[in-house]
Design a protein around this ligand. Structure first.
Ligand code: NAD
Ligand code: MG
Length: 383
């Protein structure tokens, strides 16, 4: 029996890994919709290859170009933010949410409002919307399957377990490419995105270097697995073999291990609750030799501390932290600010505003996001 899938962010790293698995099991899948930000050529190529129902480019100005690239293919072309949400709300057996940043939030919410099964890679959407998203999942009977490798690991370790019997959840962190680098002021974008274990998009690679990725993941875990923030720990594990762990009240700790390749957690979502083949080589533990673990150094990398504080404060703080970080990362990648300024800027934006009002709707989340972006831009100009 074929199953249908929509991939939001099909031209990105997670999008490509998802399409690789679909390609290997071609007869089992029908592609409902593929979306991308601005790369018309790549989107059209993928839409033709997979015979997608519709291809959507977020950049409205490129609709003509997309129509031209799809001429004669039978694939419908659409553009703009409303078209992204329309594509996300089409009936599909699974929607892969792999847009980067809060830009993915409205489409994710559109899929949730249809009661869909959403494989969520787009952590920024959940961090920003928090309870607005989890309440919508509940209200519309949607299902969130975590794609993020740590959360997918925790999800797997919780099968057959109960949240009220969990003593702790431990998120593992590779520590990123700069864990042992002395001068963080001198770090270039090339160094920051050269991740030792994972091949990912530029934004999440910088987030791994600052440890904001783990900070966002802490907030993501807090919403996906509501055991209480005090029970969620972070441990640095440079080999990225254990993807996270769950400790139960009887002293048993379950861990999920695997190669650092996103096709493993993606496959677990695509096949859930069954399993599917992937091209991964078996895990060779003797070849890996040793697994090591360290406490995170929050003096050098304050991001996890800032994220924990934002999660504890609640209100507008998580969406603000996320938006300020998105602006700071883009500025760093554009060569406008130094690496060490990213966390300082996020902290300054959090301290500059009143964080007490929690968003109650998607529009309110987007307002907080926009306000935090303006504040971050303004603070960048003044310092
Ligand atoms: P990427 O930059 O490689 O791809 C992002 C995708 O989103 C592209 O298809 C791009 O066209 C699209 N996009 C970007 N901006 C957009 C916008 N404004 N509107 C509409 N579409 C837009 O990113 P990625 O590394 O694949 O990451 C995607 C998401 O998955 C992120 O939230 C990331 O944190 C999460 N994630 C990624 C990995 C990984 O290994 N890459 C692992 C875990 C979680
Ligand atoms: Mg992760």
């Amino acid at each position: 029996m074929t199953r249908s899938i929509t991939i939001l962010g099909a031209t990105g790293s997670v999008g490509a890994s998802t399409l690789d698995l679909v390609r290997r099991n071609r007869a089992e899948w029908r592609i409902e919709a593929l979306t991308a930000h601005s790369n018309v050529a790549e989107l059209a190529k993928l839409a033709r290859e997979f015979g997608a129902g519709v291809a959507v480019i977020a950049d409205e100005a490129r609709l003509g170009e997309l129509k031209e690239a799809l001429a004669g293919s039978g694939v419908e072309a659409a553009a703009g933010r409303a078209a992204l949400c329309e594509a996300a709300s089409r009936p599909a057996d699974i929607v892969m949410a792999a847009i980067v940043g809060c830009a993915g939030l409205a489409p994710v919410m559109a899929a949730i409002e249809q009661g869909s099964t959403v494989a969520l890679a787009n952590k920024e959407a959940l961090v920003s919307a928090g309870e607005v998203m989890t309440a919508a999942v509940e209200k519309h009977g949607a299902t969130l399957l975590p794609v993020d490798s740590e959360h997918n690991a925790i999800f797997q370790c919780l099968q057959g377990g109960r949240l009220d019997e969990v003593r702790t959840i431990t998120l593992t962190a590779s520590g990123g490419p700069l864990r042992l680098v002395d001068d963080l002021d001198a770090v270039t974008p090339e160094q920051a995105i050269a991740h030792p274990n994972w091949d990912m998009g530029a934004k999440i690679s910088v987030d791994s270097a600052t440890m904001f990725n783990k900070g966002l993941e802490l907030i993501e875990a807090h919403h996906l697995f509501p055991v209480g923030l005090d029970k969620i720990r972070i441990v640095v594990h440079p080999q990225s073999v254990i993807h996270s762990m769950v400790e139960y009240r009887d002293g048993s700790t379950l861990a999920q291990l695997g190669p650092s390749d996103m096709r493993v957690p993606i496959a677990s979502c695509l096949a859930y609750p069954a399993r599917m083949d992937t091209p991964m080589a078996p895990l060779d533990l003797p070849a890996i030799g040793e697994l090591s673990f360290f406490h995170p150094d929050e003096d050098r990398f304050p991001a996890t501390r800032l994220a924990r504080q934002a999660a504890e404060a609640g209100g507008a703080a998580p969406a603000t932290l996320n938006a300020a970080n998105e602006v700071a990362v883009a500025a760093f990648l554009a060569g406008k600010i130094k690496f060490s300024r990213i966390a300082l800027l996020v902290e300054a934006v959090l301290n500059a505003g009143n964080m007490s009002a929690a968003p109650r709707s998607l529009d309110e989340v987007l307002e907080i996001d926009a306000g935090a972006r303006r504040a971050a831009e303004a603070l960048m100009e003044t310092a």
